[in-house]
Ligand binder design. Structure first.
Ligand SMILES: *[C@@H]1O[C@H](CO)[C@@H](O)[C@H](O)[C@H]1NC(C)=O
Ligand SMILES: *[C@@H]1O[C@H](CO)[C@@H](O)[C@H](O)[C@H]1NC(C)=O
Length: 283
């Protein structure tokens, strides 16, 4: 073994020893709210155990862009950088906590806290967590493609379009209170992308009209838009706070047959009245 190899070995052993005795910075734990709505505040927490080290710096990044740092030896100790979607409340932010206000759609992202120690260890550790800004839809879903008249044997071909939201709403079709799940009947279209990261979902419904669709002379077609980011995200780790948001909005279409109830209406012209997209149903 030459001198360099021995020196490296010693370095490695010292490194191990230091870790074992726990002299260095041990861990960093980040907690960030998983969901927030625009205009909200968010409290970002960075907890760490420095062991025997002294703190050199705490730095916060959003999607790898630094927006806040805290250096105990600097004057002032805390400073912030301009990053889109980030407004730091400097009065409430310190070595463990950063408070953001006026959240907007650009505040969604991956938040990372990086802690580093002073000499001689210069150890550093980091933790990260995602925050998503949820924008609830203001409009009900709209049913389109409705014809003035349908005949038995004709194709009903409708679209349901949800109001703008983030994340995109999940749509479901119901015919006479039964959720439609048949693969050939439900058509998935790509969502419409709007400004500010918002999107509208579109779900198609296609089926051939038969007498059995008319219960007591009418058929009720309904579209429900659900926004459930908790289901949508599906990630479990690094979630400390979560805001349960579940929004449901619906559009209803009532198709009333002017013919007598089935079974004698197979091939006759069936005049149907589109009552509208509002709840009108009573049987
Ligand atoms: C940091 O600020 C938060 C409130 O923003 C406060 O609760 C906490 O005690 C402060 N911590 C330190 C170490 O000053
Ligand atoms: C439903 O929406 C899709 C996608 O925008 C479109 O291609 C299709 O023609 C629409 N169908 C109806 C019945 O409006």
């Amino acid at each position: 073994m030459n001198f360099i190899a021995i020196w490296l070995l010693i370095r490695i052993l010292i490194g191990r020893f230091t870790t074992l005795t726990g002299a260095d910075l041990k861990w960093v734990r980040v907690s960030v709210p998983q969901y927030r709505i625009p205009g909200d505040m968010a409290l970002l927490q960075c907890d760490y155990n420095l062991g025997n080290d002294n703190l050199y710096a705490v730095k916060w990044y959003k999607d790898n862009e630094e927006f806040f740092k805290f250096l105990p030896k600097a004057r002032p100790e805390a400073s912030s950088y301009s990053v889109e979607g980030i407004h730091v409340d400097m009065k409430s932010s310190n070595r463990t906590t950063v408070v953001l206000y006026s959240l907007n759609f650009k505040s969604s992202g991956l938040y990372r806290c990086e802690v580093s120690a002073e000499a001689p260890s210069f150890a550093s550790a980091q933790g990260e967590a995602r925050m998503e800004i949820v924008y609830l839809p203001k409009e009900d879903p709209q049913i389109s493609g409705v014809e003035r008249e349908y005949q038995i044997g004709e194709m009903v071909n409708l679209n349901c379009t949800s109001g703008k939201s983030h994340p995109a709403s999940i749509l479901h079709w119901y015919v006479n209170e039964q959720q439609v799940l048949a693969p050939g009947t439900i058509i998935h279209y790509p969502p419409i992308q709007h400004r500010h990261g918002l999107s509208s979902s579109i779900l198609g419904l296609r089926f051939v009209l038969t007498p059995k669709h008319f219960v007591g002379g009418s058929m009720k077609i309904k579209c429900i838009a659900v926004l459930s980011p908790v289901l949508w995200m599906g990630d479990k780790e690094s979630v400390v706070q979560s805001l349960p948001i579940k929004q449901m909005r619906e559009a209803l279409l009532l198709v009333r047959s002017s013919a007598p109830p089935p079974p004698q209406i197979h091939s006759r012209l069936l005049a149907v009245t589109i009552i509208g997209l509002i709840v009108l149903y009573h049987s």
